[in-house]
Design a protein around this ligand. Structure first.
Ligand SMILES: [Zn+2]
Length: 74
């Protein structure tokens, strides 16, 4: 988690994080806001967000996310 605040480039696209950083909803990558925006447009984003919420409700704060598989067609 220390790396999250010190790293300067996006884990996903390698872009500059000076514009902001956020944890992926799908895994533990530290990503830029543009990659985050793309995540929210994925068909399975709601499922990922729900799974994350459930994990936290269950006390699992180290939840790793559902993973970044290719979204199902919907
Ligand atoms: Zn990025």
């Amino acid at each position: 988690m220390d790396k999250f605040f010190s790293q300067r480039t996006c884990d996903r696209c390698g872009g500059d994080l000076s514009g902001g950083r956020i944890m992926s909803m799908y895994n533990t990558e530290c990503i830029c806001l543009e990659c985050k925006r793309k995540e929210t447009e994925r068909a399975d984003y709601k499922a990922a967000a729900e799974a994350d919420k459930k994990a936290i409700e269950n006390g699992d704060f180290n939840y790793k996310g559902i993973g970044l598989e290719t979204p199902k067609n919907s």
